[in-house]
Design a protein around this ligand. Structure first.
Ligand SMILES: NC(=O)c1ccc[n+]([C@@H]2O[C@H](COP(=O)([O-])OP(=O)(O)OC[C@H]3O[C@@H](n4cnc5c(N)ncnc54)[C@H](O)[C@@H]3O)[C@@H](O)[C@H]2O)c1
Length: 344
């Protein structure tokens, strides 16, 4: 049987590289579109090391004006079953300082991809959305009907993208949109060959802890220990990146095998929360390293707790997470220890 071809934007990034591995292992033929603005070309060699196949690459800023024609030419000659769209900027703080850039890149990339897909008659898109689309007022666990109301331009760019995709689906019969609202992806491929390699100071908890454990940073700042949670620190839903990648495969299959059109939306999370201190302790145990912490004041915009209700994904996609916090910490550490400077 001929392999199904899939367009994977942002496939050299943290989450995209793990999806690339699973797609190749599942027999898909993939073409990555990435400009390496937040990743390294070395990732493609690592994907090849794991799977035996080097993905095809179109090195391109997907948000650039007038890139649609050249991308279509580069993609010509194959039938594409679907697009998985991860390319975009993702740093919340940076989005507050540079809202114009975040809207230009995150919305521009989606609009260009839709034009490409239209020209190629590719009718299924799986989109990387985020739990940041939910407002602060939802009770936890939150399901997909939770009130939206992001608190920063990054979150709004995700919500606006969902709106664009929804309008597009309404206007194009047969078009399928699957929005995946991720909670907090962590961990790494069990080989330790690919993983998260943030540039500069990490914005997220796990990579920060990992850099403390490996000796690159002195201590973890804990933003507030006076929330109404188990130990006063913020509680979040963490999801192993391999489980998250499996969720994309399940979503793609749900699209390709289903006789439906329109929009579907799924939370991808564990449905269980862990506090900052629980994560620190689990990471210290998994790594055998000390993780000093320093409690500082609360961060504006942070909430006490947000956890996913992921029942819809389980029911319709047949997907649920398999890996627990210890596995997340062990795999994250394995990657960090093997690659103390990331991809170098
Ligand atoms: N990591 C998280 O905590 C998280 C949570 C929710 C949603 N997401 C979303 O998932 C997606 C992937 O996240 P990630 O953590 O893997 O980020 P990442 O930065 O590691 O990966 C994004 C990839 O897209 C590429 N890219 C960025 N802008 C591009 C452009 N204009 N044209 C082409 N390529 C471009 C980058 O070079 C990178 O390889 C993003 O859309 C992000 O917003 C991430």
């Amino acid at each position: 049987m001929k392999a199904k071809s899939v367009i994977l934007t942002g496939g050299a990034g943290y989450i995209g590289s793990h999806i690339a591995v699973l797609l190749i292992e599942a027999g898909y033929e993939i073409t990555i579109i990435d400009d390496f603005s937040n990743s390294s070309p070395l990732v493609l060699d690592r994907i090849e090391k794991i799977t035996g196949t080097k993905p095809r690459l179109i090195e391109q800023d997907l948000s650039a004006p007038d890139c649609v024609g050249s991308i279509c030419s580069a993609l010509a000659g194959r039938d594409y079953a679907g697009g998985i769209h991860l390319a975009g900027l993702k740093a919340v703080g940076e989005s507050v300082d540079q809202p114009g850039r975040y809207y230009r890149v995150n919305l521009g990339a989606t609009l260009n991809l839709l034009s490409v897909m239209e020209k190629l008659k590719c009718k299924t898109i799986v989109f990387s959305s985020s739990a940041t689309v939910y407002g602060e007022l939802n009770a936890s666990p939150v399901d997909e009907s939770g009130k939206t109301g992001p608190t920063n331009p990054y979150g709004f760019s995700k919500l606006f993208n969902e709106q664009i995709l929804s309008d597009y689906a309404a206007a194009n019969a047969g078009f399928q949109v699957i929005n995946l609202r991720y909670f907090n992806p962590v961990g790494a491929h069990p080989s330790g060959l690919i993983g998260e390699d943030p540039k500069g100071i990490p914005n997220n908890l796990f990579p920060y802890i990992a850099q403390v454990a490996v000796g690159r940073r002195a201590a973890l700042n804990v933003f507030g220990d006076d929330y109404e949670t188990i130990d006063g620190t913020g509680v979040r839903d963490y999801i192993h990146v391999m489980d998250l990648a499996e969720g994309h495969l399940a979503a793609l299959r749900f699209g390709l095998s289903g006789n439906w059109d329109g929009v579907e939306c799924f939370n991808l999370g564990c449905g269980r929360g862990y506090s900052v201190l629980e994560v620190v302790n689990a990471f210290a145990a998994a790594s055998g390293q000390k993780v000093p912490v320093k409690v500082v004041g609360r961060r504006a915009g942070d909430i006490a707790e947000i956890v996913a209700n992921a029942a819809r994904a389980e029911k319709l996609l047949g997907w649920k997470t398999q890996k627990d916090l210890n596995q997340m910490c062990a795999d994250h550490w394995h990657w960090q220890e093997k690659n103390p400077d990331g991809f170098g």
